[in-house]
Design a protein around this ligand. Structure first.
Ligand SMILES: [Zn+2]
Length: 287
């Protein structure tokens, strides 16, 4: 799942490629992916791209036609770029392609989504704030005004697990399952620690871990074409997705906790004083 660094990489790539181009085609083939009907997607056609931005994990392509094309790649979505967009007809329901956008120089991109659980979302809106997921977003941790004091105030009083707080888009925008694992590992903190009970030193550590982890990942993503961003993300992970491998910091075995539809990874020696966290699937069965 692309998170803030990969989305930022896509934004920078698209900004360099499509700013100033005219939209010649915008076709949805996965009809459920399109979440808006007014303005219609066809309102984009003929408009010129004026900018590409990121809001949390959403991409926002602005045009001079007063319509923004906004999309969220969700768990299994991705963007495939073409210098020369294929002219093949897309058959709805028989392709992973959810949306195809073409520009007047012949280039374009497809949004694709693997798997059967479809949650990729596309919006045509007059303003990005009309997208509910964007209106709900908390502050972006790499924005200029986001400092240690901002972070501390977001955590204060929340008697919920820090892993969930980091992933909650309405508290902090852009961090998902993968980078929250990485941030907590870098901060040497248990994913189950309660946000409100962290000491000042722990909040300091977590803030530093978050900003450096995200900044490093964005540095890695920068300048890479979309096809290379997923591998770059995977390569940068120290614990996420590395169950059974050795922690690069201490050599202990990276462990997982499984949930209904995902898992988290952590290093017991670095993060929980050697304690193994219970498998949530199993403990639910035992209740
Ligand atoms: Zn470790």
């Amino acid at each position: 799942m692309p998170e803030m660094p990969e989305v930022e990489g896509l934004v920078e790539f698209l900004r360099g490629r499509v700013t100033g181009l005219r939209v010649d085609k915008a076709t949805v083939s996965a009809i459920n992916a399109l979440k808006t009907y007014d303005p219609p997607l066809t309102a984009l056609v003929g408009a010129h791209v004026t900018g590409v931005d990121r809001h949390g994990k959403f991409l926002d392509i602005a045009t001079d036609g007063a319509v923004h094309l906004v999309f969220h790649l969700a768990k299994a979505g991705w963007l495939r770029w073409y210098d020369a967009l294929p002219t093949t007809i897309i058959k709805p329901g028989k392709t992973p392609i959810a949306l195809r956008v073409g520009f007047d120089d012949g280039s374009g991109f497809d949004l694709t989504e693997a798997g059967t659980k479809k949650s990729l979302a596309v919006y045509a809106v007059h303003s990005p704030a009309e997208v509910p997921g964007i209106a709900r977003l908390g502050p972006d941790p790499l924005s200029a005004g986001f400092d240690r004091a901002t972070f501390g105030s977001l955590l204060a009083g929340r008697r919920t697990q820090i892993k969930g707080v980091l992933r909650d888009q309405s508290i902090i925008a852009g961090v998902g399952n993968a980078y929250s694992d990485e941030i907590l590992h870098a901060a040497k903190m248990s994913p189950y620690a309660l946000a409100a009970t962290l000491s000042d030193d722990e909040v300091d550590r977590l803030f530093t871990a978050m900003t450096t982890t995200l900044a490093e990942a964005i540095h890695e993503a920068r300048g890479k074409p979309p096809a290379e961003l997923k591998d770059a993300k995977r390569r940068g992970m120290r614990v996420h997705g590395r169950r059974g491998e050795a922690c690069p910091v201490c050599g202990d075995e990276v462990r997982s906790v499984f949930f209904a539809d995902n898992s988290l990874e952590y290093c017991p020696t670095c993060q929980t004083g050697g304690k193994l966290l219970a498998d949530r699937r199993l403990s639910r069965l035992l209740k």
